[in-house]
Design a binder for this molecule. Structure first.
Ligand code: ARG
Length: 588
């Protein structure tokens, strides 16, 4: 189905054409004066110059051409040349009845199917997830779902940090704590134990303690760097130990991401492209791109139009070690070879803006990607506390993601228990579902690039622009539908009828905007567009609900039309929250 705005613009275009003007002037937009009209067309003003005529005259002629049109209930000309429009009730009802039976409510993706890799999550192995990792996971997951909805072939890759100095730090620290382990015995030729020599909690304690020591003790750091080097060069015991670290970490990461309902198709990491680096570096040298500068191997990526300095990409340090960007470039090479994506999307915080600019330029310049391959960095702002500073625990430490999720769910549980006398068990289960919406919606409703304040109290509120408010609306609809069927009636077979009140029409128009909204969200890779839409839609529904006695209506046809309207509202809301990565409970 065509988006409603497109249909309206077509009809308006025909009217302009009939009056002797270019059809492009008939572009219709949602009204910015909802008190006056539902839609508007400003084409007469745009045409005035071109046709040397007063806009009022052009608008009048276009309006005249629309006189007997069944789509518009009202076409008014207003100074200095606006066309103010109201849709006929029947046109809106027909459109929505079409949406109800069409797949994806009639949304038809534009353009062809793209193969897209989304690189998100990006946890660092053996380091606990903290609040900074929340956004990459939550926004990435939603963008993945939105792109899939648009019909694209999408591969989500977690791209773990599993290869750098943090590995050497852990291994070296372990060699001090448990020197008897066979992994540190170069003579050992037997099979290493299957069981890891540490638990996740030990691992999470080892890393920060090793990291702290290395900052104070140059010798310690040197030893950790040597351990990293030994690991990367393939020393058997180190590799075996590293595999344990990865396995223990992944099990824990999976638990965390499951809790967030975030999932990945690929669990690859920096280590996966280790072997590709020498080949890639050779090619870059041969191509004349990479050269030695102060002992390091670099590729220039600055461009004439740069207004700020863009430093070269360092491929290898003077000691021959590869860097973060070296693995990223090799990963691009690997992805192109294995998947031939049309687009790769990265999600990290905005401190990596310049970094990705360098990596993308280097990848283009050295021919790692095709000219038409799109490389996109979606960078997001910081999660702040109420004091406007990066979110911390009460004690001032880094907030672990687990803790944050627990706090939200606890608060949600408290609020749910306050509300009704449900069983504690049911309230817990509901709090888990609603709590997730609070976290995700709280994040996604902001434009990604902006910082936001993580406000537990506001995010868990049932009122205002929050996840729980949206879920509350869905649950309210579900409960009306249940009561309706409890009266012995069935949900099937109803059709929406013409709106009988202003609030009903407003709800219907909000629903009709679904297609255009999704198209925009896909185009801009912007989950916040979906949030803004469902917030407006929920408001429109709740206004209609408060003004309408649905269950006591005695005219069966009128009531049936409302049931169809409720079902469509619920289905659209549920499809949208699915794109955001959460779901609604049955009750709350
Ligand atoms: N592990 C990185 C970090 O914590 C994020 C990885 C992002 N993805 C990438 N391909 N660089 O900053």
């Amino acid at each position: 189905m065509k988006p409603l705005l497109e249909l309206l613009s077509e009809e308006m275009g025909k009217a302009f054409e009939a009056a002797g003007y270019a059809p492009e002037l008939g572009r219709v937009t949602v009204s910015n004066r909802p008190d006056l009209c539902e839609y508007q067309c400003n084409g007469a003003m745009a045409g005035a110059k071109q046709y040397h005529k007063a806009p009022m005259i052009i608008a009048g002629e276009a309006a005249e051409a629309l006189k007997d049109h069944s789509i518009f209930a009202e076409v008014c000309v207003a100074a200095p040349g606006f066309l103010n429009l109201k849709l006929s009730e029947s046109c809106v009802a027909d459109y929505l009845n079409g949406m109800r039976t069409a797949e994806k409510f009639g949304f038809e993706p534009a353009g062809g199917v793209k193969k897209i890799i989304i690189d998100y999550g990006g946890p660092n192995v053996a380091k606990p997830l903290h609040v900074g990792h929340l956004r990459s996971a939550v926004i990435g997951e939603s963008i993945k779902r939105i792109c899939r909805y648009a019909g694209h072939e999408v591969i989500g890759d977690i791209h773990m940090g599993d290869w750098g100095l943090q590995m050497g730090l852990i291994i070296y620290e372990l060699s001090l704590r448990k020197p008897k382990l066979p992994y540190f015995d170069d003579e050992f030729a037997g099979e290493y134990p299957h069981e890891a020599p540490f638990t996740i909690s030990e691992l999470e304690e080892i890393y920060p303690s090793a990291s702290a020591k290395s900052k104070e003790d140059a010798d310690y750091k040197q030893k950790a760097m040597e351990a990293t080097q030994r690991l990367q060069s393939g020393v058997r015991g180190y590799r075996a130990l590293w595999k344990h670290i990865i396995a223990v970490s992944i099990a824990d990461l999976k638990k965390n991401y499951d809790e967030l309902d975030v999932s990945f198709d690929l669990w690859k990491g920096e280590s996966d492209v280790h072997e590709l680096i020498p080949v890639m570096v050779e090619e870059m040298k041969k191509g004349g791109y990479a050269y030695l500068s102060d002992g390091a191997l670099v590729v220039d990526v600055k461009e004439e139009s740069d207004t700020k300095e863009v430093p070269p990409c360092i491929l290898l340090k003077s000691d021959g070690a590869a860097l973060y960007n070296t693995t990223d470039l090799a990963t691009i090479k690997d992805r192109m070879a294995q998947y031939q994506p049309d687009m790769i999307i990265y999600l990290t915080d905005k401190r990596q803006d310049l970094y990705f600019e360098q990596v993308f330029r280097c990848a283009r310049k050295t021919g790692l990607v095709q000219p038409e391959t799109e490389l996109v960095h979606i960078s997001f702002g910081t999660v702040n506390g109420k004091d406007g500073k990066p979110f911390k625990t009460r004690e001032g430490g880094v907030m672990r993601l687990e803790t944050l999720i627990r706090e939200i769910k606890e608060e949600m549980f408290r609020k749910i228990m306050e509300g009704h006398a449900e069983s504690e068990e049911e309230a817990r289960a509901t709090a888990d579902i609603v709590g997730l919406s609070a976290i995700k919606y709280g994040d996604l409703s902001n434009q990604a690039s902006k910082d936001y304040i993580f406000d537990v109290d506001r995010f868990t509120s049932f009122e205002g622009d929050t996840g729980p408010y949206i879920l509350y609306t869905i649950v309210r609809i579900k409960s009306i539908l249940t009561k309706y069927t409890e009266g012995g009636k069935t949900l099937a077979g109803h059709r929406l009828s013409e709106a009988k009140s202003e609030s009903e029409k407003a709800l219907m128009l909000a629903l009709a905007g679904f297609n255009a909204m999704i198209a925009g969200a896909v185009e801009e890779l912007a989950p916040h567009r979906v949030c803004a839409y469902i917030y407006d839609l929920s408001n429109a529904f709740n206004r209609f609900y408060h003004e309408t006695k649905i269950l006591t209506e005695t005219n069966e046809k009128t009531q049936g039309g409302w049931i169809a309207l409720l079902m469509l509202t619920k289905d659209v809301l549920e499809a949208c929250i699915e794109l955001l990565g959460f779901a609604a409970p049955e009750r709350m």
